[in-house]
Design a protein around this ligand. Sequence first.
Ligand code: NAP
Length: 317
Amino acid sequence: MGTLKEIEILVPGKLHAATLARLEALFQVHQCRAGFVADLDEAVRRNIRGIATMAGIDRAGMDALPALEMIANFGVGYDAVDIASAVEKGLMVSHTPNVLNEEVADTAMGLLINTVRELPAAEAHLRAGKWVNNGPYPLTGATLQGRTMGIYGLGRIGKAIAKRALAFGLNIAYFGRTKQNVDFDYYSDLVSLARAVDTLMIVAPGTAETANSVNAEVMQALGADGVIINIGRGSVIDEPALIAALSDGTIRAAGLDVFADEPHVPDALLALPNAVLLPHVGSASLACRDAMGNLVVDNLVGWFEAKTPKTPVPEMG
Ligand code: NAP
């Protein structure tokens, strides 16, 4: 059996610097632009056995790497990896669950409070000199107090958000494909959940099933005091329907960390004063990214030393 240093790993696109450094210390690492795997020299491509990626990989990328065994995804959501092709080709795929739960849940609560209490707009008011010249920032029409949060996706991160929301005095309900053994009210469809709550917290993965599932009907059911927070995936929301619902008062406000076509955010969303927008920073602290990156490397080491990565995706069985 060879050593790890003989194993060639490809990093398509950007990777957290500390993770790249640890990979380079252990393996032979090649890099290329995201989506341009096939442009690498054939002499490099044919020896690549593993991938570490934040950007994901498509079928063409996998087809270009005949010796590929393992894809280590940097992130818990692996919608950018063509999982059906990976399964068909017998590739191992891993991701980074749990190590980011608390960080992402903190971001979700910050985004919720910013959205309901308009803190970014209040700060902009101060910085623009309006506090001195015009007086205090207007009272917010909404309050966090008395809200009921409907969690769409009560998984690892959803439960960490629920813990925080309870401490803030919120009521909690949830929707998912399966009823869980928890004390929160369960709704077996999204419209019924939206009707029962005024705050929809989206923390579901981006899949074919969840795509555009938060649609005009769900927004209508949420109602005029409704607030939508999306910390899951942009594809889960019907973005044009959201823009319409925010514009015509169907719902009150939205806080979004994720978008349908990142990093592009529609001008119509940018123009809306009742949308709080973040550039996908849910897990974006150095400490959290270090932990995620270490798990990426541990997964590759686990595979190449013993065929046992720590955290394979559920499709691996
Ligand atoms: P998880 O533990 O697998 O939880 C996902 C939840 O979504 C589960 O409770 C699942 O419940 C529900 N779900 C999945 N498919 C569904 C469907 N078709 N309909 C209804 N509910 C469905 O995952 P996690 O670790 O909490 O991560 C959740 C997602 O957060 C990730 O996939 C990722 O996209 C996103 N994320 C975003 C950031 C960020 O920076 N913004 C950071 C980390 C993660 P059932 O199985 O009962 O349906």
